[in-house]
Design a protein around this ligand. Structure first.
Ligand code: SIN
Ligand code: MN
Length: 285
């Protein structure tokens, strides 16, 4: 992402500073998960039920995620733009709950969730914690120098494996999946008022795809073009368990979150309120 106040791609800081620390009602303040133990070092395909068997990206090739639905309307997978693929309901409820638990653990530290302060003084409404590398506008560092100076939590191998499975699912390309080596994730928490302005993910020195996993409340994800924040863009509803991958010709497309529909997360997601999104990236650093 690059700076808002320089008139470039900008996370939306519009709802101002001063948000409270996460509390019990936001779905992140409870639970005592031990993600590294529950996930172990094997790398399951999160879209499959057999958690303890090693996944291998190739196992998910050809797998079509079940259409997720609110009980009325099936949501088929779609190619939103070349290289940008939406797979509804990719993560089954159990995987969603495990990922929510892992996010709760990461939100506890060593670096807490925080509202990122932008160079011009604006404060993002989304609260973020990073894995592997710490993103601050507009660079990656190992330590969270704009928060508490601590080194960020490690990026776990199991999450990299989920990333490879995701790329395999989206593109059906075993070589691309095998080669995918994400080393950072931004974990973003949205309460009902939070949103994110149109921006590009471009602090990475790798052209590898971005893998996005959504949990909890449904949002409107606006996926645009690579030229500017304006039209043409497509508004996509991202619900709990949805996968969205953008790479290739869409890797540097502008994108953002225009709204979150409070109260739409079903209990099966493990979220009590709000929305979580993880974007897995290769920093190339
Ligand atoms: C992001 O662009 O980093 C997050 C997108 C999302 O929350 O879906
Ligand atoms: Mn982004």
């Amino acid at each position: 992402m690059t700076g808002p106040n320089g008139g470039r791609d900008a996370p939306d800081p519009s709802d101002g500073p001063g948000r409270d620390a996460p509390g019990p009602s936001d779905g992140l303040g409870r639970g005592t998960p031990e993600p590294s133990k529950s996930h172990g070092h094997t790398a399951p395909d999160p879209s499959k039920g057999h958690w303890h068997s090693p996944p291998g990206p190739s196992k998910s090739l050809g797998h079509t995620a079940p259409d997720s639905s609110d009980g009325l309307f099936p949501r088929p997978r779609s190619v939103v733009a070349p290289g940008a693929v939406h797979v509804p309901g990719w993560l089954p409820p159990e995987r969603q709950r495990e990922l929510v638990e892992a996010c709760r653990e990461w939100a506890r530290g060593p670096v807490p969730l925080r509202n990122t302060v932008l160079p011009g003084g604006g404060v993002m409404s989304v609260r973020t914690v990073c894995l592997g590398w710490h993103w601050q506008p507009y660079r990656y560092t190992r330590t969270a120098d704009d928060v508490n100076g601590a080194r960020v939590a490690a990026f776990p191998e199991w999450l990299a494996a989920w990333g490879r499975s995701a790329v395999a699912e989206a593109y059906g390309d075993p070589a691309a999946a095998e080669a995918y080596a994400p080393d950072t994730a931004l974990v973003n928490f949205y309460d009902g008022a939070a949103r994110m302005g149109m921006h590009q993910d471009r602090e990475e020195r790798s052209d590898a795809p971005v893998v996005s996993l959504s949990l909890g409340d449904t949002c409107v994800f606006r996926f645009g073009n690579t030229r500017d924040r304006g039209r043409p863009y497509t508004d996509v509803e991202l619900a709990s368990g949805d996968l969205f991958v953008f790479g290739g010709p869409s890797r540097y497309a502008f994108h953002g979150v225009t709204r979150v529909f409070g109260g739409t997360a079903g209990p099966a997601s493990g979220m009590r309120a709000g929305r979580l999104n993880l974007t897995l990236r290769e920093t190339g650093l």
